[in-house]
Design a protein around this ligand. Structure first.
Ligand code: ZN
Length: 202
């Protein structure tokens, strides 16, 4: 058990973010996990919209996928990743312009490459795996155990997520990452053309 990672009691604070129970059954677990566990470990100061775009560009480049446009999300009650008429974008209201919220939305974007038919659900096992990987790689983690022993911290983080929050995490070879799935520039270009995705190839 991950005793040395600080965490409030799971379900102590129930997230009030709206979602559809039918089409997104895992959402409540994910939101509770984020509110009660992830938020306690991560730096959540707000940053500028252009800084959010920089993070998106950096992460997308590391996955070898086209970047996605970050838009002003004022009017929305929370951050969101959307696909409208084939165009993908991330909307971030002011309060949601944090490193963490950006990574949450990128996890949706990356999950769309892995599971384009959304068979595992919007906040299902593929999303959980991708979000965990992004958080552990790109979040500014404030827990002192992380700098002392990143490997043990990561193991405990995943164990806490699975056991305390009952979140299912897809294995690496289930709906694999774009870098494994899409292994040539041509395939990425075809994907962009078909999906009208914004962004440049590097
Ligand atoms: Zn989400």
């Amino acid at each position: 058990m991950a005793t040395h990672i600080h965490s409030n009691t799971p379900m102590k604070r129930k997230s009030k973010i709206k979602y559809c129970h039918k089409t997104d059954p895992e959402a409540q677990k994910i939101y509770n996990w984020e509110f009660n566990f992830v938020h306690t470990l991560m730096n959540r100061e707000t940053i500028s919209l252009s800084k959010c775009q920089e993070i998106v560009n950096k992460v997308c480049k590391s996955f070898n996928v086209p970047s996605v446009l970050v838009k002003d999300g004022r009017g929305y009650h929370c951050g969101r990743f959307s696909i409208r008429k084939g165009k993908r974008s991330i909307h971030l209201p002011k309060k949601w312009r944090t490193n963490h919220a950006v990574l949450h939305e990128i996890a949706h974007y990356i999950s769309d490459f892995c599971d384009p038919d959304n068979k595992t659900g919007t906040h299902g096992s593929v999303f959980a795996r991708n979000a965990i990987n992004l958080y552990l790689k790109y979040m500014k983690i404030k827990d002192p155990h992380f700098s002392k022993s990143p490997r043990i911290f990561k193991e405990c983080f995943i164990e806490n997520t699975q056991k305390m929050y009952e979140i299912k995490i897809a294995k690496k070879n289930e709906y694999p990452f774009p870098s494994i799935l899409i292994n040539s520039i041509k395939l990425i270009k075809d994907y962009c053309n078909e999906n009208n995705t914004i962004g440049t190839l590097t």
